[in-house]
Design a protein around this ligand. Structure first.
Ligand SMILES: [Zn+2]
Length: 184
């Protein structure tokens, strides 16, 4: 097993444990503080690059400010930014199939991608150690508009038009991001 596969395997076990629970493993936290947005060391990414936390914190400072200044714009802008990146990955040939996406997302340091369910009109995809939310307290809202956009861009260019819904997130008290894709 490769290092990526080993990490995905152990995160997937945690995912199966947590979705059995009747409520999220972490309760809703109080006020949202900047310190809470600073990244914990991401186990897989820090093991391949000890500077990982610095890059993540650069991204998190942008995310925190946009979340606090204008939520509606944050959701739209981050989603669009992700969509453009995901589309571009396919158009430039970095991603030619869903298997390539399993390598591209870690390469861009977005997170570890895991495909849970793959059907013609529906997919379930998880992201582990997500750049947007890994380690953030439960703030009672999903945070990963950027990642949802990346997945939408990739899947739309590979398979056709789809919508993405983030069901689980660190922001809602879980230890992974869980997305659903609905194809038209
Ligand atoms: Zn998330």
């Amino acid at each position: 097993m490769t290092k990526i596969e080993e990490s995905i395997y152990s995160w997937r076990k945690k995912y199966y444990e947590e979705i059995q629970l009747s409520h999220p493993p972490r309760p809703i936290a109080g006020t949202l503080r900047y310190e809470d947005f600073l990244a914990l060391s991401r186990p897989f990414f820090s093991s391949i690059d000890e500077s990982d936390t610095f890059y993540v914190n650069l991204y998190r400072s942008i995310e925190f400010s946009s979340l606090n200044s204008h939520l509606a714009s944050k959701v739209v802008v981050m989603h669009k930014a992700g969509y453009d990146l995901g589309s571009q990955m396919v158009e430039s040939g970095v991603i030619k199939s869903l298997d390539d996406a399993l390598l591209a997302l870690p390469l861009y340091r977005i997170g570890l991608l895991d495909v849970i369910t793959e059907k013609l009109d529906y997919m379930k995809l998880n992201i582990y150690e997500c750049i947007s939310c890994y380690g953030i307290p439960n703030i009672n809202r999903t945070l990963c508009d950027f990642e949802a956009g990346v997945l939408q861009g990739i899947l739309t260019k590979l398979y056709g038009s789809c919508t993405i819904h983030e069901k689980y997130c660190f922001g809602t008290g879980y230890s992974f991001c869980g997305f659903e894709a609905f194809f038209e």
